[in-house]
Design a protein around this ligand. Structure first.
Ligand SMILES: CC(C)(COP(=O)(O)OP(=O)(O)OC[C@H]1O[C@@H](n2cnc3c(N)ncnc32)[C@H](O)[C@@H]1OP(=O)(O)O)[C@@H](O)C(=O)NCCC(=O)NCCS
Length: 188
């Protein structure tokens, strides 16, 4: 009996995601080598990542308080395709109806029996994230993943809301870099 042991995606992955509550069509898309690395894409990443709420949650510590800049955006637009090329990590962007990047979501490894996901979205696209996580779960299942998980700071109520609406279940706490994180699991 042969058992698939690495994910299989057909690139590019493109999936319509409806924004809550008005059902505007956004697009979840793999950030693979076919995604255009344009000045507009870098600008979108810079604008969203420096929004205060998002910056505090994701980047302040990592960037030691420095702004998310052009170099960082260019790095991200190269890091995505590298993951797809090596079938090792899987980064997606969410595009609004005008084709601008407003959110990102990733699967951080190729471990079919348990891979971590992470995400952020711009304030201007609030209402897109739950449906994006649900779409990602479908895409991941079709690629062969059987289990995904997320780790969230206990005070991140909005992210806990997203993961709960997406039918992940609480699975205790973990310590990472000396901090307590809540773990949520989903069997696909
Ligand atoms: C966490 C984060 C992605 C959440 O974004 P969000 O816009 O609040 O999430 P959603 O799009 O799912 O929800 C927005 C609203 O729409 C509602 N909604 C969205 N999809 C829905 C659905 N399918 N059914 C019902 N309600 C829905 C939610 O209830 C929520 O309403 P509320 O603001 O009244 O609570 C965003 O705050 C963020 O990027 N934060 C910074 C980065 C971060 O913390 N990332 C996670 C690290 S673990």
């Amino acid at each position: 009996m042969s058992m698939q042991n690495s994910p299989q995606f057909n690139l590019p992955v493109q999936h319509i995601v409806l924004r809550f509550p008005d059902n505007q069509p956004y697009q979840l898309r793999s950030l693979d080598a076919s995604f255009p690395n344009t000045a507009a894409a870098r600008q979108d990443l810079i604008a969203a990542s420096n929004e205060p709420f998002l910056y505090d949650r994701i980047f302040r510590e990592r960037l030691k308080g420095k702004p998310y800049d052009e170099e960082r955006a260019a790095y991200f637009l190269g890091w995505g395709p590298e993951g797809w090329k090596n079938n090792a990590w899987f980064v997606f962007v969410v595009l609004n109806p005008e084709g601008r990047i407003v959110a990102t979501i990733d699967i951080k490894s190729n471990q079919l029996n348990g891979a971590e996901i992470g995400y952020w979205c711009s304030e201007q696209a609030s209402g897109i994230m739950t449906n994006t996580v649900l779409a990602l779960c479908d895409i991941a299942r079709e690629a062969g993943f059987r289990h995904l998980y997320a780790r969230i700071a206990p005070d991140n109520a909005r992210s806990i809301g997203v993961i709960t609406r997406s039918k992940f279940t609480p699975a205790g706490t973990e310590i990472r870099n000396g901090r307590n994180l809540l773990r949520f699991n989903k069997i696909l």
